[in-house]
Design a protein around this ligand. Sequence first.
Ligand code: C5P
Length: 230
Amino acid sequence: MSTAAIIPAAGLGLRLGGEAPKALREVGGESLLVHAVRGLSAATAAGLSCFVIAVPPGTEDAVGKLLGPYAGAADLRIVAGGAERADSVRAALELVPVDGIDCVLVHDAARSFVPVAVIERVVAAVRGGAPAVVPVIPVTDTIKRVGAHGEVLETPDRSALVAVQTPQGFDPELLRKAHAGNADGATDDAMLCERLGITVQTVEGSEDAFKVTRPRDLLLAEWILAERHQ
Ligand code: C5P
């Protein structure tokens, strides 16, 4: 049995700005997507046998050529993404082999620097019997829920809140069932499993698994890369 990794990389990255789609923006001379694929490949205990990457329509061939050298022995499949993240994941899921896969990871291309230990923790938890697993870190800000006019409605107890990262790991059959229904408003895949009444398990994430979203995040990414190469 082995693991398949879906990477939704079809977002345009409007908050980041620039010409290229976000996943193709470069840090240290290589695209975020290359960093993400290399990171997943380095997680040897995860036993990755297949990558399915959802990319902006029209870039399939170019991305396939770009990623070829980094997928190692794993099978590399490229698919056109959709309008929303969930559409991209669903399109990729259709290309995940049905046989021989006991864990499917869904990993944002924009979380390019997730440490190997986090990836392996997620896969180990799925293999240990958890049907849906997410890496998390504590929140450091006080979080408030606000109403339509900016008024504070409530302040949840911070000690019970976490920020959720990727890769998220799933039993393949559960993920297919989760994506078969309505994905409206879903910002991650675990949320679709919660809607099915599944208990999602958390494991320890990492600050390095932050999502490159705004221009300043590129500077942090450069810094992490430089630290790792020291
Ligand atoms: O927009 P956001 O930063 O939340 O996107 C998270 C991930 O989902 C990114 O890697 C992005 O490329 C991907 N995505 C996608 N298809 C979309 C929108 C986002 O694959 N339509």
